[in-house]
Design a protein around this ligand. Structure first.
Ligand code: FES
Length: 105
């Protein structure tokens, strides 16, 4: 089963995700604070911003709509910034480690 590790300000939590579940959806369903997912995964809010610290494979390139929203993140964009709703367990990674930004709004 795919694994997602969320590193927060004070702790880190490992979650087993189902195939096709995004980093954002798995966080919301497992009560991970720090990811909002306001638009439900439509790449229209940037409240699922994460910093990817490691993945077991090469992640897909950032598409135009994701790149546009990454310009609107509450916390400053970094070279490893991604939208959690655009990366899905199984199709994009089997294991991934993401750090949560200090704020999403
Ligand atoms: Fe809105 Fe990802 S949930 S951009």
């Amino acid at each position: 089963m795919p694994k997602i590790t969320y590193i927060g300000l004070d702790d880190s939590v490992e979650v087993e995700a189902t195939e096709g579940q995004s980093i954002m959806r798995a966080a919301v369903l497992n009560g991970i604070g720090g990811i909002v997912g306001e638009c439900g995964g439509q790449a229209m809010c940037a409240t699922c911003h994460v910093f990817v610290e490691g993945a077991d494979c090469e992640l897909p390139d950032i598409e135009d709509d994701e790149a546009e929203m990454l310009e609107c993140t509450a916390d400053e964009r970094r070279s490893n910034s991604r939208l959690g709703c655009q990366l899905s367990a199984g199709s994009h990674f089997s294991e991934i480690i993401v750090r949560l930004p200090q704020r999403q709004v």
